[in-house]
Each structure stands twice: as structure tokens, then as C-alpha cells.
Design a binder for this molecule. Structure first.
Ligand code: FAD
Length: 258
């Protein structure tokens, strides 16, 4: 893994979507190349701790984060404007191990969990890898399907209430799809219980599955151990030993505080 870099970077562009989602393009002044699944740890005004955001779009010029405005940190970040500077650490964490798989990959994303999968899909397109994109949200107001990268790949979009795309849970669509043929791997990002369900589906079908885990994060550099989750190999840090984990290693819980 490359060393972490600490940068003060200029915001190049800002767009607000559906009132509660913000896309910020930031000048990419990292020396090391970022990989899909990695994130940046951002200092925002008004809150003491940095906030983690997956890299959603990446080029030599800019990198973008797409986030839901939830509390103080994300609200203050969404008030920043092009030309202003922000303090970031990154690229943090490991990445989706797409190179290990030769055949068909399923990308599974839920809600704002689409964010790292935009970057992942664009890398798969660039590398001419075969994949299908399954994306769902509770309803159309939480659906960010406009961010599906353009390209020739099968995409299934669903909402739980049927307000856009197919009706029903995206996990059920994936369950049906994997019955139809040989899937090499599933890569997933989304709410905890969606990831838990995908993990069960993958394990029952004997398909390797990697998930992007979230937790409250403190230092984001692997020092404080504040973001650990329980795995078959003991407690692991989401920041530097994740955020991408082999789903079958995770000790899934019945409840989560996030
Ligand atoms: C590795 C990683 C990558 C992430 N990438 C993205 C991303 O690309 N886009 C995005 O919108 N969010 C992402 N998150 C979640 C994001 O960091 C939190 O939503 C953010 O820190 C909330 O900050 P806040 O000050 O606005 O909210 P707070 O006031 O701290 O909390 C508001 C609400 O958000 C929930 N929350 C706080 N921290 C997290 C967290 N880490 N994960 C989930 N929910 C949280 C709280 O439980 C509470 O309900 C990521 C988290 C991790 C760990």
C-alpha cells in the first residue's frame, strides 16, 4: 500500500443533486494513483474529526466525492465552493481486487453506496472487464442512477417502492441473476444490512464476495483502532485493513449503530 499523503486541495466544481447529495470535484494533487474502493479523509469546519468519503471519480486532474448530507460534517462540506481549499488525507485503504477475476463480475450498490462503484465500474470499462451493475435505493429520491458510468454493460436499477426502475430490493434481483450463469465475483457497497444479505447470497452460491465496510472513523491512518470491526481473523481496522473485506470473513451482526 502506498504511503498516505496529506494535501490542501482546491475545490474545482460542486453540484447538488436532489437537495441532499453533493458531488465535489477536488484537484488531484496526490502523487500516488488511487484505486477503486479507496477513500479520502476530509477535514471539515464545525467538526473536530475528519470525515471519510470514497473516491467516486478519478483522473490525473481531479478526484470527486459524492456524499449524502447527513449531519454537521457533510453539511459544512456541502457549503464549500469552487476556488476554496480543503484539507484531505489519502488515498486511504485497500481496493476492490478486480484483477483477480477473469469472468463476469456483479457490482451491487445501494443508495449512496454507489459512490465507490462509479469509480470501480469506470476502471472495469477501461480494462475491458465483463460486469453487470445492480443498483437500488429505497425510492426515487434516494436513487443516484444518473451516476452510472456510460458504457456497454447490463444495468439493473430498482427501488423498493417501484417509484423508478424495477420494483423490489436489488438484493432479490441479484439473487435471481446469479441463478442464470457463472458469476466470478460480487463487489458490493451500501447499507450494512444490504451487504449482510449480499454476503449470504454469495456464500450460498459459493461466489467470492467483497464488500466496502463503513464505521465511525477517527484518525483514518490506522493508529487509533477506533474503526475496528470483528472478522474471522480478529478485529480489523476499516481504515487501513479495509474498507474492502472478504464478506465471508466478517462477523455480521444483528444490529448496527450506524
Ligand atoms: C470508508 C468510508 C467511506 C465512506 N464513503 C462515503 C461516501 O462516498 N459518501 C457518503 O455519503 N458517505 C460516505 N461515508 C459515510 C460518511 O463518512 C458519513 O456519512 C459522514 O462521516 C457523516 O458525517 P456528518 O458529520 O455529516 O454526520 P454525523 O453528524 O457524524 O452523523 C449523522 C448521521 O450519519 C451517520 N454516520 C456517521 N458516520 C457514518 C459512517 N462512517 N458511515 C455511515 N453513516 C455514518 C450517523 O450515524 C448519523 O445517523 C463513508 C464512510 C466510510 C467509513
Amino acid at each position: 500500500m502506498n504511503p498516505l499523503e496529506h494535501k490542501i486541495s482546491e475545490i474545482k466544481e460542486k453540484k447538488i443533486y436532489k437537495k441532499n447529495f453533493c458531488l465535489l470535484a477536488i484537484k488531484n494533487n496526490f502523487h500516488y494513483t488511487a484505486l477503486p474502493g479507496q477513500f479520502i479523509h476530509v477535514k471539515t469546519e464545525d467538526v473536530f474529526l475528519r470525515r471519510p468519503f470514497s473516491i467516486a471519480k478519478y483522473s490525473d486532474k481531479n478526484l470527486s466525492v459524492l456524499f449524502q448530507i447527513k449531519g454537521k460534517g457533510t453539511f459544512s462540506l456541502s457549503r464549500k465552493n469552487p476556488g476554496e481549499k480543503i484539507d484531505i488525507i489519502g488515498p486511504v485503504g485497500n481496493s476492490f481486487p478486480y484483477e483477480k477475476f477473469k469472468g463476469d463480475i456483479v457490482i451491487a450498490a445501494g443508495g449512496i453506496g454507489i459512490s465507490p462503484m462509479i469509480f470501480l465500474a469506470s476502471v472495469l470499462i477501461k480494462n475491458k472487464k465483463k460486469f453487470s451493475f445492480f443498483y437500488g435505493a429505497r425510492n426515487k429520491d434516494l436513487l443516484l442512477d444518473i451516476f452510472l458510468p456510460s458504457g456497454k454493460y447490463p444495468a439493473v436499477v430498482s427501488t423498493d417502492d417501484g417509484s423508478k426502475g424495477e420494483k423490489g430490493k436489488i438484493t432479490d434481483k441479484i439473487k435471481d441473476y446469479i441463478k442464470t450463469g457463472k458469476i466470478d465475483a460480487i463487489f458490493a457497497s451500501g447499507p450494512y444490512f444490504m451487504l449482510k444479505t449480499i454476503s449470504e447470497i454469495a456464500q450460498n452460491a459459493n461466489i467470492p464476495c467483497y464488500v466496502s465496510m463503513e464505521n465511525r472513523m477517527f484518525c483514518g491512518t490506522g493508529v487509533c483502532q477506533g474503526c475496528v470491526i470483528e472478522t474471522a481473523e480478529g478485529f480489523k481496522k476499516v481504515c487501513t485493513e479495509g474498507p474492502i473485506f472478504d464478506a465471508k470473513q466478517i462477523k455480521w451482526k444483528e444490529t448496527t449503530y450506524l
